[in-house]
Design a binder for this molecule. Structure first.
Ligand SMILES: [Zn+2]
Length: 306
C-alpha cells in the first residue's frame, strides 16, 4: 500500500475509534485514554489468553512499567534499540539550576540539559522484569510466569495499532532447552486457536526485532535464521501491511547466562515468552467487527466473555 493510502487508513480507523469514544486523544500520537468498553474488551483478551495458559499453572505476578536502570542496561536495550528506548530523566539540581529551569519554562525554551538520568527506565517489554528477579536455580521442570502490564516504546505514530504506551500479556517459560522448545510449540498452537476463535485471520511469520543500524541488521538476520521470533500477523490495514498482534520468542540461554539463572542440573536456563499485544488485539477487534460490541458475533463475544 502506498504511504498516502496507508496514512489515510490509519486516520480513518483512529478517527472512528476516537469518535466512538474508545480512544481518548491526549495530544501526542500513540498515547490514549480508553473507554470502559475498550477496557472490557482488553480484559477479555487477557482472560482468553490466561485460560489457554492455565494448564501450565503459571505463577501470576505483577510489576510496574519501570525497570531498574541496571537491568535496562544489562539487557542492552539502549545498545540495540536506542530509538525506541525510554530512560527516565528528572531534576536533581540546586536552587540556581531550578531558577534557570523556571526561566526556560516561562520562555518556552528546551530544558532537557537541566535534567539528569534517574535509576529507572520505562520497560519496553513485560518479560524483562521477570528474568532479572530469577537469579537462582529454577526448580526441576522449570517455571512459568504470567504477567500483564503497560510497556513503552518511543514510536510516535498515527497508526492506532502502534501506541507508545501499550499493554502486553505474557507467559514466560524458564527451563531446560527441551522443555522450553516443547512449550514454544504448544503456544504456537494456542495462539493459532485464539486468533481463529476471534476471527482475526492471523498468519504466522518468522520475524526479527527492530534492531537499530548496521550492526542491528546482522542481529536481525541471526534472529530470523534461527527462527527465534515467530509473529502472528493480523491484516488490519490489508494483507500487504499486517500488524503483529502476538509473538512467541525463544531466547536460547541468553537471559539464563545474563542473569545467572540455572536449571536443576546446573546449566544456564533457556527461556521463551509467549506475548499478546493486548491493546493491538482490541483495536483489531474494533476494526473487524465495528465500534459497538453488542453487535459483535456471539462466537467472538463468547471467547472474550464466556
Ligand atoms: Zn517477552
Amino acid at each position: 500500500m502506498a504511504d498516502d493510502a496507508l496514512r489515510a487508513a490509519f486516520d480513518e480507523l483512529r478517527g472512528r475509534l476516537i469518535e466512538a469514544g474508545h480512544l481518548i486523544p491526549c495530544g501526542v500520537d500513540g498515547v490514549y485514554g480508553k473507554s470502559a468498553e475498550y477496557e472490557r474488551v482488553w480484559a477479555g483478551v487477557g482472560a482468553a489468553a490466561s485460560r489457554l495458559a492455565a494448564p501450565d499453572g503459571p505463577v501470576l505476578c505483577s510489576f510496574p512499567p519501570l525497570l531498574p536502570r541496571v537491568t535496562f542496561d544489562k539487557v542492552e536495550y539502549v545498545r540495540n534499540f536506542p530509538h525506541l528506548s525510554g530512560p527516565m530523566f528528572s531534576f536533581r539540581g540546586d536552587d540556581r539550576a531550578h531558577a534557570e529551569l523556571i526561566r526556560r519554562l516561562d520562555e518556552g525554551q528546551p530544558y532537557a540539559d537541566l535534567l539528569q538520568q534517574t535509576d529507572v527506565a520505562f520497560t519496553p517489554a513485560c518479560c524483562y522484569p521477570v528474568y532479572s528477579t530469577l537469579t537462582k536455580a529454577v526448580p526441576p521442570g522449570g517455571i512459568v510466569f504470567e504477567h500483564h502490564s503497560y510497556c513503552f516504546r518511543h514510536e510516535p505514530s498515527p497508526d492506532p495499532m502502534r501506541m507508545q504506551a501499550f499493554r502486553m500479556w505474557e507467559n514466560v517459560r524458564v527451563a531446560t532447552p527441551d522443555d522450553v522448545l516443547d512449550w514454544r510449540s504448544t503456544w504456537l498452537s494456542r495462539f493459532a486457536e485464539l486468533f481463529d476463535r476471534l476471527g482475526l485471520d492471523a498468519r504466522t511469520d518468522i520475524a526479527s526485532d527492530p534492531f537499530f543500524g548496521r550492526a542491528g541488521r546482522l542481529m536481525a538476520q541471526g534472529q530470523r535464521a534461527y527462527q527465534l521470533k515467530i509473529e502472528f500477523l493480523v491484516p488490519v490495514f490489508g494483507e500487504s501491511e499486517p500488524t503483529a498482534c502476538a509473538s512467541v520468542n525463544y531466547h536460547l540461554s541468553h537471559f539464563g547466562e545474563l542473569f545467572d539463572i540455572r536449571t536443576a542440573d546446573g546449566d544456564a536456563a533457556h527461556s521463551a515468552c509467549a506475548a499478546v499485544g493486548s491493546d493491538r488485539c482490541v483495536v483489531a477487534l474494533f476494526q473487524r467487527y465495528g465500534m459497538e460490541t453488542d453487535t459483535w458475533p456471539s462466537s467472538v463475544r463468547a471467547v472474550l466473555w464466556p
